[in-house]
Design a protein around this ligand. Structure first.
Ligand SMILES: [Zn+2]
Length: 124
């Protein structure tokens, strides 16, 4: 749990600077959209959420494990976060946005796949 930060995490910055280099222009941490999306590309009407593997419970990921201590508490808390994430996605979609969600571990280990997917979604 040492690597946990709420905002402006390293993978998020990595993705942002890569997108910027590719010429995409976006706004960050947009407060007037559901879930305060990390990256918003108004031109493409697309929202990108960058989910921390621990806080957003990336199941099957080593970073997304429920801690052994207070596991009941954590399970409840993480379940609530996952449900909230789902609701935010639904709300953004119903406002007419396309929503992409990436995990921090994907950005850290498979950045080229992530970028390929972004390109495909925006231009496909
Ligand atoms: Zn992960």
């Amino acid at each position: 749990m040492a690597k946990i930060r709420a905002k402006d995490t390293k993978p998020e910055i990595t993705l942002r600077s890569t997108l910027h280099r590719l010429g995409y222009r976006f706004r960050i941490h947009v407060k007037n959209l559901p879930g305060k999306p990390d990256i918003v590309l108004p031109k493409y009407k697309t929202i990108i959420f960058v989910n921390g593997c621990f806080w957003h419970w990336h199941k099957g990921c080593p970073e997304g494990r429920v801690p052994n201590t207070n596991s009941k508490f954590w399970k409840k808390k993480l379940t609530r976060t996952v449900e909230r994430d789902k609701q935010h996605q639904i709300d953004c979609i119903s406002l007419g946005w396309k929503v992409l969600t990436f995990w921090e571990c994907e950005i850290e280990t498979k950045l080229s796949d992530v970028i390929e997917r972004v390109n495909r979604e925006l231009h496909g």
